[in-house]
Design a protein around this ligand. Sequence first.
Ligand SMILES: [Zn+2]
Length: 249
Amino acid sequence: MNDNQLLRYSRQILLPGFDEDKQQKLLDAHVLIMGLGGLGSPVAMYLAAAGIGKLTLVDFDAVELHNLQRQIIHTTDRIDQAKTESAASTIKQLNPHTETICISRKLQQQELQNLLNNVNLLVDATDNFATRFMINRACYHTGTPLVSGAAIRMEGQVSVFNFKNRASPCYRCLYDEAGEEENSCSENGVMAPMVGIIGSIQAMEAIKLISDYGETLTGKLLITDAMHQDWRSMKFKKDPNCPVCGKHK
Ligand SMILES: [Zn+2]
């Protein structure tokens, strides 16, 4: 690390138990962020600011006026621009040392798996169950740690699936592919800071996983209700009958 980096990351390196070696792990890391919307905005901004070396940004949407209420990585003058390109511009301003790779199209599972071979971790910041289940399968098959988050109305949740450990449950252990009712922000609304709260926790969990710092949400689901500012976490186990990670898959 050079003097410039030591100064830029000095407030992290000062942390008890977080030394230059841990900061170096962040600098050497490559994180894939799926979705550059409300959750992906704080995820990408905090990971870049904290010093993650390389970010692959995946989103096939363009910036629209109604995104700007919560998708704070984008700006008014970037309406109609690809979200990946808009996010990359903000990241460059925040931290010119973070390399970005933009993928502005929909990915199929195999294509995502190929990308994951060169990635330390995936942050799922998408907004629909079909994509989340596909991401879960791709991460499980490649042994890529997955940080999952969701926010709607005044509610949110976060969990970590550390597939480096084969005993870890997966997203499919928690949710039934056939039985989940789709809840979208376009139908239900979402309060601006809700995605900021959940995305920031996702960034925190990603940093902890990469630098091996603290205890992550592996095997736990953190649920928050901002209407009553009520926070709780529940433990969950691997489902032995899970079609993705169970015994009889
Ligand atoms: Zn499972």
